[in-house]
Design a protein around this ligand. Structure first.
Ligand code: AMP
Length: 469
């Protein structure tokens, strides 16, 4: 039988069957496929991923995209506007903004000499770049506050471990040019709702670092206290005592825990205006029913914070899985410190790899579960004419918000139905020569094998009816 006739026969078979047998889902690998897999393995043996870096492949990539879309939706809903700054910045920017004595600047920056001898680095955080751009582009002349958001990669030469990479990504939201505590509360709400929209319930940990003047007096007290307990501190904290004593409060070492628990707390050293500011932020959170825990040891790693600082952790029984998903706070002094006018500002940064880890855990085996709540429809075609019409119908469906999978390079219907099964398609649209002429299409239920003949103009309505959308 000629190939054309054979195809026609197959097609007729499919179009005429009311209840077709399910197609074999896992076909045996051919010799060529086995060879290909062996070659890929060999090449992989010679290639390597740089330590602390990560690839994101499908299906995790789909989940990643869902997270980015949620971020864009929530940021725009709260009237934040998208910005981009370069990944490469002058090293001096972070030395001035983040400060010497911090881990980020002293140990973790990817700094190198440019070909002209200039010192540049891969940005380790976003806020300093935002402040630089605000000053350089004169954004203070725009209506204040300037509310901007961004997603991008950051680089820190840290010790890689679960949830800690050397290249990682953050969703960053900043409100610049407004001193009111309502800004701090709004940022917390945006961050909280971003996680909630992704199905993650979290608790806010919040503290106030007051003004630099409040902190000066507190630091005298704190250093005095830690000096008196020096022998109980871990080696790292002994060094921090000289360089950055606030960071001792952040230490996770068991030997320091007792000393930290008894340490003086910054809230007791806040001036009256600072206390009122902090209380107002908390009142907003109460009103908005955002759960929070006052955390006197929360100081965050960077020097530029003033007043409110916060982090969020997932609500989970498993304390080991509890890592900080995001961090933020107010940085009223930063823009002036970098040479701009005195400008109040606040922001937060969400660690997207950490959020992703929670999402993957929540959706359990993402590879086994369809993560996309959208309908899984496959479009199979048979013959050249049908292929051309397929493209047109797919485009019409896409415009009405329905995305269908397809593989126009495959000619065999059997191969396409196998693909539909692999993708867990619940329905397959089948378009052959006969249907092109009739102006119809077959809608095949992949589980039952039952096929319905539908007018091509009514495909969208039929799918919407099936999926209740
Ligand atoms: P930071 O910029 O240090 O305030 O961190 C903000 C958030 O970014 C943290 O809460 C983490 O979720 C995330 N993050 C920070 N460092 C890393 C890293 N090395 N790898 C992955 N995520 C990170």
């Amino acid at each position: 039988m000629s190939p054309k006739k054979e195809m026609k026969k197959k097609f007729v078979k499919v179009t005429q069957t009311k209840k077709a047998k399910p197609v074999n889902v896992a076909p045996k690998k051919t010799a060529a496929e086995i060879d290909e897999a062996k070659t890929a393995k060999k090449i992989a043996g010679q290639l390597m991923l740089v330590r602390g870096m990560k690839d994101v492949l499908p299906p995790q990539g789909d989940l990643w995209l869902k997270m980015l879309r949620t971020a864009a939706d929530i940021a725009t809903a709260y009237d934040f506007h998208y910005f981009e700054t370069p990944v490469v910045e002058a090293t001096s920017l972070f030395v001035r903004a983040v400060g010497r004595g911090t881990d980020v600047v002293d140990k973790e920056m990817y700094t190198f000499e440019d070909r002209d001898g200039g010192k540049i680095c891969l940005r380790p955080e976003m806020t300093a770049s935002v402040a630089r751009a605000y000053i350089m582009h004169g954004l203070h002349t725009q209506p204040q506050p300037v509310k901007i958001w961004n997603i991008g990669p950051l680089f820190r030469y840290d010790r890689p471990q679960a949830g800690r990479y050397r290249e990682f990504h953050q969703l960053d939201c900043e409100t610049i040019g407004e001193a009111s505590p309502v800004v701090d509360a709004e940022l917390i709400v945006v961050a909280y709702n971003f996680l909630r929209d992704l199905g993650i319930t979290s608790t806010v940990r919040v503290n106030s670092l007051g003004t630099p003047a409040d902190r000066e007096q507190y630091l005298v007290e704190l250093v005095g206290y830690f000096r008196s307990k020096r022998s109980y501190l871990c080696e790292d904290c002994k060094k921090r005592l000289l360089k950055n004593p606030l960071r001792i409060l952040d230490c996770k070492n068991d030997s320091c825990a007792g000393v930290i628990a008894e340490a003086p707390q910054i809230v007791d050293w806040l001036s009256e205006p600072s206390k009122t500011f902090f209380m107002t932020v908390l009142e907003y959170l109460d009103e908005l029913e955002i759960p929070y825990i006052l955390t006197p040891t929360l100081v965050r790693g960077l020097d530029y914070y003033t007043h409110t600082v916060f982090e969020m952790v997932e609500d989970t029984e498993d304390e080991k899985a509890q890592s900080s998903l995001l961090g933020g706070g107010r940085y009223d002094g930063l823009i002036e410190q970098l040479g701009g006018q005195s400008t109040p500002a606040a922001g937060f940064a969400v660690g997207l790899e950490r959020v992703m880890a929670v999402l993957e855990r929540q959706t359990k085996a993402v590879t086994e579960q369809p993560m996309n709540p959208k309908p899984e429809v496959f479009f199979a075609h048979l013959g050249d004419q049908a292929r051309r019409r397929t493209l047109k119908i797919i485009e019409e469906l896409r415009r009405s918000g329905l995305t269908v999978r397809h593989n126009l390079a495959k000619a065999s219907l059997k191969a396409q139905l196998e693909l539909a099964n692999k993708y867990n398609a619940t329905h397959t649209l089948i378009l052959g020569q006969k249907e092109v002429q009739d102006g119809t299409i077959l809608v095949r239920n992949m589980e039952s094998g039952i096929q319905e003949i539908v007018d091509q103009k009514k495909v969208r309505q039929t799918l919407q009816k099936i999926y209740g959308i």
